[in-house]
Design a protein around this ligand. Structure first.
Ligand code: E4P
Length: 216
């Protein structure tokens, strides 16, 4: 399954029309880069309007009470669509647990290891987000992290779904899926690159040229 890793309503509208996307993930870096000083509530409501499925919105506060308050505010924008993205650490786990107890979907994020992903899953997260590109930046292979997490979720029947993000190349997408990711969250540029194969273009050109020249 694919989510789109973007907060750009134009890209989201355009790419949801392909029928291949089931949700959206955002983070403070993506929003800052794509939207600058735009009002967050306005931006997220636009994203919800042009997409389907869960839209992950990340918390930026760093203390438990303020994070919970922040989460309740975001969730109220579209209670059936907003998933709260919770940065992983001890405070994050507490916040995740508190939100899960209120029935709010969560996406525990910035995970680099099996141990972290397992803790997030045990704490009741709807999604656990493993960051492929950033794990590789540290010099590690991300595939065992994904595969071990998936095996443990399946063994224990935990409800968390694995999202693999931090995608830098379309081969990262293929590897994440074969390692056991339930969802890959793909940046718009990489999704568009997945369309192209010179042999496909050559074949279509050959067919269309033959058709245009039929009977000549
Ligand atoms: C995933 O949910 C994150 O938004 C994203 O994929 C992080 O990727 P980055 O390493 O490109 O910042």
């Amino acid at each position: 399954m694919f989510f789109l890793d973007s907060s750009d309503p134009k890209d989201i509208l355009d790419l949801f029309a392909w029928g291949v996307l089931s949700g959206v993930t955002t983070n403070p870096l993506i929003i800052a880069r794509e939207a600058g000083a735009v009002d967050l509530g306005e931006r997220i409501r636009d994203v919800v309007r042009v997409s389907a499925g869960h839209v992950s919105v990340e918390l930026t506060a760093e203390t438990e009470a303020v994070m919970i308050e922040e989460a309740l505010g975001y969730h109220a924008w579209a209670p059936d669509r907003i998933c709260i993205k919770v940065p992983f650490n001890e405070v994050g786990l507490r916040v995740n647990h508190a939100l899960v107890q209120r029935g709010i979907p969560t996406n525990v994020t910035c995970l680099m290891s099996f141990n972290q992903a397992y803790l997030a899953a045990l704490s009741g997260a709807t999604y656990v987000s493993i960051f492929s590109g950033r794990v590789r930046d540290m010099g590690y292979d991300v595939r065992p992290v994904i595969a071990e997490t998936r095996a443990q979720l399946d063994r224990e029947g935990l409800r968390a779904r694995i999202i693999v993000g931090s995608i830098r190349h379309f081969m990262d997408v293929n590897e994440a899926l074969s390692a056991g990711a339930h969802v890959v969250t793909v940046p718009p540029g990489i999704l568009r690159k997945m369309l192209h194969n010179p042999k496909t273009d050559e074949t279509i050109l050959e067919f269309n040229t033959a058709w245009a020249n039929r009977g000549k």
